[in-house]
Design a protein around this ligand. Sequence first.
Ligand code: GSH
Length: 243
Amino acid sequence: MRRKGKTGLPSSSGRDFNMRSSSPPTQDLGRHLSALCVYRHAARTSVVTMPTYKLTYFDAKGLAEGIRLLLSYMGKDFEDNRLAFAMDPTSPWHKLKSELKYGKLPVLEIDGQQISQSTAICRYLADEAGLLGANAWENLQIDIIAGSVKDLAAGLAAIFAEQNADTKAEKLKVLKETTVPFYLNIYDDTVKDNNGYLANGKLSWVDLWFLGYAETLEAVVEEPIFDKNGSTNAPNLCTERKN
Ligand SMILES: N[C@@H](CCC(=O)N[C@@H](CS)C(=O)NCC(=O)O)C(=O)O
C-alpha cells in the first residue's frame, strides 16, 4: 500500500518526499508532470470559443432579414454575404446554387456548417436567444403565424417568377387588393389581442421574422404597411414595429 508523503501525493518509493528533501525521485516528478498536463489540457478545452456565423442571401431583405434581426438581437457578429440574383447559368449565384443541398437561399453557416430553411434557422437561433415559446402550445402559436407568412411569401414569389407581363400585373393586383389586406387584417387583430406581439403576448422569433419580411412586402406592393405616423390600415402592427 502506498503511503502519502507530506505533499499529500502518494510516494511510490515508500519514503516521504517534501519540499525540503533533496531532488524528488524521477517517477514522482513524472507523476507530478502528468497531473499538470491533465490540468492544463482541461483548462485549454474549457476555454469558450465563439462560433462564427456567415449568412448568405441575395441583396434583399426577404427571407433573410428575420435571421439578420435575430443575430443582431443576440449581439452576434456575422458575415452578411449578399449575392446578386441572376438568371445567367454562369453567374456566381448559379455556381453556388449547384453546390447547395436544397439549391435555395438563405443559408446560414455556423462554424462552417451549412444550415438552410429560414424558419428552421430562426427556431434554432431563437432557442439560444430565449425567443421560443415556453411550451409546445406557445410554439404552435408561433408556428401558425410563421406558416401563414410563408403562404404570403409564396404568393409574392409567384409574382417574381411570372414571365408574362400581363399575368404578372394581374397577380400583383390580386396580391395588393386581396391577399395582403387579408393577412394584414388577421395580423393586426392578433397583435391587438397579444399585448402588441404576434403570439403569446410576448416577443418571439416570429415577430422579428415577420417584421423582416414585411419590409419586402411593402416594397413589392409599393404601399406602406408601417407608417411612421401610425396611420395605416394596420395600426396595431405599427405599434408592434415600434416595440
Ligand atoms: N423554404 C425555403 C425557401 C427558400 C427560397 O425560396 N429562397 C429563394 C429566395 S427567397 C431562392 O433561393 N430562390 C432562388 C432559386 O430558387 O433559384 C426557406 O424558407 O428558406
